[in-house]
Design a protein around this ligand. Structure first.
Ligand code: ZN
Length: 256
């Protein structure tokens, strides 16, 4: 047996069940998906066991979240072939999720304010190119963040997130003024910081997150950024934890 095959067999033995639903796993899923990273080169150690159903059902939503990640990456100067491919993919599979341009001055002013760019309000707002995220895309962001929660829980707690656990998620543009308090909260309260990486390849700070977990209450919290573009945050807690239940949705809903 070749070394790569041996590694795969060992991975299967160590991870027999799907990180998302708990059924027998027969595939390996990358979370966040490779599409989220430049040249599709992501960090090591983010391969998760998945059943074919959970793995396949993620493809469409990963594609449209990746499109927004690349679109929001302010360091990119030109449209990369990867971005153009994602754009075509979303247009073919998911046309309702394409961004719409913000054109009305009132809408533009509100958007600039929410990004903390008050100083530009009153200037020539037509100079800005802003896009609005459609509602269907918000649903995909929510699903994407819940999957990310399950993957990080599996990785750091060493067990599958229980179906009866509640999950509450948040995401926002990293440039949005809502992002800063979350990052400050994370730096103060979440003791573990992970700057993901890859051997022999510098992937920069494309995926960095803070986390904390408590196995007694199945509590897990993370706050992180992907592609320096979007901040994702999630909290999950066991069904026995009081006072929170109205704010989250049980993981069992994802499995229906
Ligand atoms: Zn599954």
């Amino acid at each position: 047996m070749g070394r790569s095959k041996q590694r795969k067999e060992q991975f299967k033995r160590e991870h027999p069940n799907c990180y998302f639903c708990g059924h027998a796993a027969d595939t390996v899923d990358h979370v966040p998906s490779r599409e989220c990273f430049k040249y599709k080169v992501g960090p090591e150690g983010y391969d998760f066991p998945a059943c074919a159903k959970c793995n396949n059902s993620a493809g469409r939503l990963e594609q449209s979240v990746a499109l927004y990640l690349h679109m929001t990456d302010l360091s990119a100067k030109t449209l990369s072939p990867q971005y153009i491919k994602l754009l075509k993919g979303v247009r073919n599979n998911n046309i309702d999720n394409l961004p719409t341009k913000v054109a009305r001055p009132g809408q533009m002013r509100r958007a600039l304010r929410s990004l903390g760019l008050q100083e530009f309000i009153g200037k020539e707002v037509a100079d800005f190119e802003l896009v609005k995220i459609p509602k269907t895309q918000h649903e995909d962001f929510e699903k994407f963040t819940r999957r990310l929660m399950c993957a990080l829980y599996y990785k750091h707690m060493g067990t599958i997130l229980p179906a009866e656990n509640y999950i509450h998620t948040m995401y926002t543009s990293a440039a949005n003024q809502r992002a800063m308090p979350l990052i400050e909260y994370a730096a103060r309260n979440l003791p573990n910081v992970v700057k993901t990486s890859r051997k022999n390849t510098d992937i920069g700070d494309q995926f960095v997150y803070f986390w904390r977990g408590n196995p007694d209450s199945n509590l897990f919290i993370f706050v992180g950024t992907i592609a320096n573009a979007i901040l994702f945050a999630g909290t999950t807690w066991g069904a026995g934890t009081k006072n929170y239940t109205d704010r989250g949705t049980q993981h069992s809903v994802d499995l229906q």
